[in-house]
Structure formats: C-alpha cells, structure tokens
Design a protein. Structure first.
Length: 459
C-alpha cells in the first residue's frame, strides 16, 4: 500500500472546512480529527469526504469530527502546523460561545483523555498478562519480578492525576508543566502520610485553615477540576505580570494559590464527585446488570457514532483505578464483537467483491485494534438494517455479560488482543466473557447474513 501524503490530506481538509480562520479549536482522539468551527456553513462537508484519507464525517458534541483511523496523530501534526504553527494545540475554550455546556464537557473530556489512551491500554494489557502468569504459577506474587511488572503495569493509574493534569493544562490553555506539578503535589509522600492510619477524611490545617485529607492516587476528577480552575488564574497572571518577571513570579504565585486551594476545596469535592458518579452508575448495574448490559452493549455504537462515548470512559477508568475492576467495559466488548459478527455475515453473504473486502477488513481491524469506526460509518450507518443487527447482537452479548457479572481488570478497547483484561481472580470470569463475545459475534453474523442481499454493493 502506498504511503499516504498527510500534508496533502491536511491541506485538502483545511481548504474544505473554510481555512484556518474558520477554526476556533482542534484536537484529536483515537480515530478522529475534531474541529470547532466558527461558521458551519463555510464548511463543505462533501468536499471533506472526498479528501484522500477521510473515511467519514459527523457533527456531534459541538464538533465537526473527521474520521481518519488510527493514523490520525500523523494528520493532526500536519494539520495543526497549518492552522497555528508546528506543535500548536488550539484551545477550544475560546470556541464559539453558543456551544452548549454538554457539548463543551464532551469536547473537553475527549481532548484530555485521548492522548493518554495508548498508555492506559498498554498498561492494562500488561496487567492482565501479569494476573494470568501469577495464576499459572509462572511468577510468584511478592517476588521481585512480580513487583517490577506490577509497577510498570499500574504506574499509569497511580500517577493518573499528574498525567491528566498535564493533558488538561494543554486542553484548557494553562501551562501543562505547572498543571502537572499541581497534580504531583497531591501525590507527594509526606502529604499522603499526613492521613496516617485514618485514611480519607483525616484532617490537618494550613495556617489554621482546616484541610480534609484525601488519597488522590488513581483519581480522575480532582486533577481535571483543579486545572480547569487554574486555567483562569493562569490566563489572568499571564496577562498581568510583566514579561521580565513571568519566569519566577507566575509559577510561584500559581503554586501558592492553586496547591492549597486544591488540597482544601477542589480536591475533596473532586473525589466525592467522582465517587458519587461511579456509585450511581454501579448502583444501577447492581439493580439490573442485565438491563445495563442490553443498554450499553446495544447502544455503545450509537454513542461512538456521535463521538460522545468519551463521557463514559472516565467512569470505567475510575472504577478500575479505585476498585481494580469494572462492569461497564465488558459491555463495550460486546458491542465491538457484534460489529465483527455483522461484518462476518456480510462477508459470507455478499457477492460484490468491494463489499466483501470492506467487511473482511472490518473483521480484521476490530479483532486486532478494536477500532470500529471505519466499519460503523462505512457500512452500518449506511445500512440501517445492518446497524440494527449490530445493536441487537451487542445487546445480546451485553445481557449475558451482565447476567454473569463479567468484569474487566484493565481499561482497554474490545478486541481479541485485549482479552487478558478479562483475567481475574475468578477463573470463570474469562470463560463467561468468551461466551458473551461468542454470543455477540454469532447473533451479529446470523442477522448480518439475513439482512444482506447477495447483490448488495458498498454504498
């Protein structure tokens, strides 16, 4: 396959969306270039779709999203250079003021978490392999090998506040390095030791002001909230402090204000807020895990099609970071394997070679990389019967996973290569997970076969 000219792709997209003056913000996730446009009417959607390398487009969550695939970082590098200079990340906080609050939240969550997903996914796989090797007796728990492997697989979650703070700093237009330092202060050993044996809820004081102490390792919300608040202070200081004093005064004032404020107010609020959201979601799953499996397994592709599935990912990450497992992630696996099943059904039934090749490509891509967007937009969205078949298949697999209380021990995307995430202390968890994936695949394949005409062509 010829190497794609990403410079040409970037220029083509930029021309089609109305030029750099029509872009108020840009970021990317695992598969999409996400743009905030000043004037939607200035964007020629048909022309964008004709650009080499563009799979599809969708407008959702207040953004114009251009589906590229897993090579989107290469395009982003070229595109951001054309928009604002090499390495520039345009902040979407200055995006059009008429963007709704919900859209802004989805956009921010996507922009913050997307750069961290490779690290979390890779660490998650290593964590699953370690559990498997420990259960097989290959590695002894507590040994040096075990501790080193455990460290390399769990550090990304322990230091999540630092990584999220850095990413949020870039997203919200604050210094990412000072933002990361704010997150790091929450994990400093002497600060953590102030809790003693009491743990969360212990108290100390800062110049006589009471401070409620919390354990911030592996938390999600506190760092993001803190950096969001800091972004306003940073911009104010950056505007008011003379250039000759910024090097010393800006970071000093930032830290003396933000670190105590985060420890006293923002941090505890963030911890309780994150735990509250996770509690509500997990409470609903406890009340009817089967219904949750049906809704998430069946509806996940709908969320993905709109690009708002990012709003759920932090809940899964928080569950795994805090509890070591999550019930929602298996439902997303069911969705992906439902897509694989439908693609298999199309592959077996269709005669058109272009359609068969596209379906086969989808099966391989999802099985190896968990990326469903090309198949979703290229085939399912264009054929509502096939999309309905996938929704039913995902719901069936999700229902079984909910019925048997399947969990993931790592945050990963659903594919064959991420099966180690199902390895847990419960030996049946992996077996039930495989049955759930098989159900989703078989139901999808049968319905995909039924709803595909032998003479159908790729739209």
């Amino acid at each position: 396959m010829a190497k794609r000219d990403w410079d040409a792709t970037a220029r083509g997209i930029l021309d089609a969306v109305g030029g750099p003056e029509n872009i108020t913000g840009l970021t990317h996730c695992a598969t999409r270039l996400r743009l905030n446009l000043k004037d939607d009417a200035a964007c020629d959607d048909a022309a964008v779709k004709e650009v080499d390398g563009v799979i599809n487009t969708v407008s959702a969550a207040g953004q114009y999203q251009i589906l590229i695939g897993t090579e989107v970082p290469k395009l982003y590098e070229k595109f951001s250079a054309l928009v604002g200079g090499a390495g520039t990340e345009v902040s979407t906080e200055s995006a059009a003021s008429d963007e709704g609050v919900v859209s802004k939240v989805f956009s921010a969550v996507s922009g913050i978490f997307a750069p961290l997903l490779p690290a979390m996914a890779g660490s998650g796989i290593l964590r699953g392999i370690l559990i498997l090797l420990t259960q097989l007796g290959v590695i002894a728990e507590g040994s040096g090998t075990y501790v080193i492997w455990y460290t390399l697989s769990m550090s990304v979650f322990y230091f999540l506040p630092v990584l999220l703070a850095f990413s949020a700093g870039k997203r919200f237009g604050a210094s990412p390095y000072l933002s990361a330092l704010i997150g790091a202060c929450l994990l400093y050993p002497d600060f953590i030791n102030l809790m003693g044996e009491v743990g969360n809820g212990a108290t100390t004081d800062f110049f006589g002001i009471p401070v409620v102490l919390m354990n911030y390792n592996s938390t999600v919300v506190p760092a993001i909230l803190a950096v969001w608040a800091y972004s306003f202070l940073y911009k104010f200081l950056d505007d008011k402090i003379p250039e000759t004093l910024k090097l010393v005064v800006l970071p000093a004032v930032s830290l003396i204000i933000m670190v105590p404020l985060t420890m006293m107010v923002i941090g505890p609020i963030g911890v309780y807020a994150g735990e509250g959201v996770a509690f509500v979601v997990n409470w609903l799953i406890d009340r009817s895990s089967v219904l949750a499996g049906i809704l998430v397994g069946g509806g996940w592709s709908v969320l993905v099609s709109m690009g708002i599935h990012w709003a759920v990912n932090p809940i899964m990450i928080n569950n795994i970071a805090q509890n070591g497992f999550d019930f929602i992630c298996p439902f997303t696996f069911a969705c992906n394997f439902g897509v694989i099943g439908v693609a298999l059904g199309v592959l077996l039934k269709a005669r058109n070679q272009k359609l068969k090749s596209f379906a086969a490509s989808g099966v391989v891509t999802i099985a190896l990389s968990a990326i469903i967007e090309p198949t979703l937009f290229g085939m399912l969205v264009k054929n509502k019967k096939l999309w309905g078949a996938q929704i039913i298949a995902g719901a069936a697999g999700g229902a079984f996973c909910g019925l048997t209380h399947v969990v993931c021990t790592a945050f990963v995307f659903g594919s064959v290569t991420t099966f180690p995430a199902f390895v847990s202390q419960d030996a049946m968890n992996f077996a039930f997970a495989m049955i759930g994936m098989l159900i989703a695949t078989v139901v999808g394949a049968v319905l995909g076969f039924v709803f595909t005409g032998r003479d159908d062509e790729l739209a």
